[in-house]
Design a protein around this ligand. Structure first.
Ligand code: MF3
Ligand code: CO
Ligand code: CO
Length: 267
């Protein structure tokens, strides 16, 4: 396994890219209302990244092996869609939950972050899934420090989510990130403490748990990208890009509009 370690100058570049990705979500937030289409959100994001930020939307034309080029600039995954939903002309409706996943390339560096949005008034169950998934992501983040292992992160996320009666998607995971969108290592959102790669300063990776209200099984849809829950239960995801520092972690994808950091991450 070759994990590229980032220098202080590299991390400066990643900090800028990460903040810009988060600021795209800040910009979109007031627009996420009943009646708007995800295609309209995609256009707002694309134009902001290109014209205001001087960046590149990493998803557009992204083509991992075995995939067709991704056709849009952001991913929008609604309700039972787990991830990689493609923006389209269907309006969001009251009570939908939607994940918006933004990846910005700036000066060659990638910043990758996503948030959940509740459209209008959501059900108690939908809001609870979004809130638990947010806390699950943070329970993983706070494990990050030199000497910890990737399995510590996955275990913290998995035990918390499963104790709430939810399930963890296994087929997709967090990833190293830097001058490339997806690098080593894979960051599983389940696992056993003390296993897998040891964390060292300069590693940068995402933590992006996908958590289902029902069973964990997923399937790919006919568009070749969108992943949905097999049982059509709701799914939620949050994502941050994290660097391992000398003493712990730094979240690179924060901005003025980021939701509050939970108390469990204090200090
Ligand atoms: N942003 C996603 C991630 O967190 C990847 C999306 S790939 C795309 O890794 F092509 F669908 F954009
Ligand atoms: Co990611
Ligand atoms: Co992402």
């Amino acid at each position: 396994m070759t994990i590229t370690l980032k220098s202080a100058a590299d991390i400066d570049g990643m900090r800028v890219a990460g903040r810009l990705a988060s600021e795209v979500l800040d910009m979109l937030t007031p627009h996420v209302q009943p009646g708007i289409t995800t295609e309209q959100l995609d256009k707002l994001a694309h134009d902001h990244i290109v014209k205001v930020q001087g960046g590149i939307p990493a998803p557009l034309n992204y083509q991992p092996p075995g995939y067709t080029p991704y056709p849009k600039s952001i991913c929008t995954s609604i309700n039972h869609q787990v991830c990689h939903g493609i923006p389209n002309d269907r309006p969001l409706k009251n009570g939908d939950i939607v994940n918006i996943d933004v990846t910005v390339i700036k000066d060659g560096w990638h910043g990758d972050t996503s948030r959940m949005f509740v459209v209008g008034e959501g059900s108690i169950a939908a809001k609870r899934l979004c809130a638990i998934t947010y806390e699950a992501m943070w329970r993983g983040i706070v494990k990050v420090r030199p000497g910890a292992r990737l399995g510590d992160i996955g275990h913290a996320i998995q035990t918390f989510a499963e104790n709430q009666g939810f399930s963890i998607v296994r087929e997709f995971c967090g990833h190293g990130i830097g001058s490339r969108f997806h690098e080593e290592p894979q960051v599983l959102h389940y696992g056993r403490p003390g296993t897998l790669e040891e964390l060292v300063p300069g590693m940068i990776f995402t933590i992006e748990p996908m958590i289902n209200a029902g069973r964990r099984e997923i399937k790919e849809t006919s568009d070749g990208w969108t992943i949905v829950t097999k049982d059509r239960s709701l799914s939620a995801q949050w994502e941050h890009t994290i660097v391992v520092t000398d003493t712990g972690y730094e979240v690179l994808t924060l901005s003025a509009g980021s939701p509050p950091v939970p108390a469990l991450a204090a200090g």
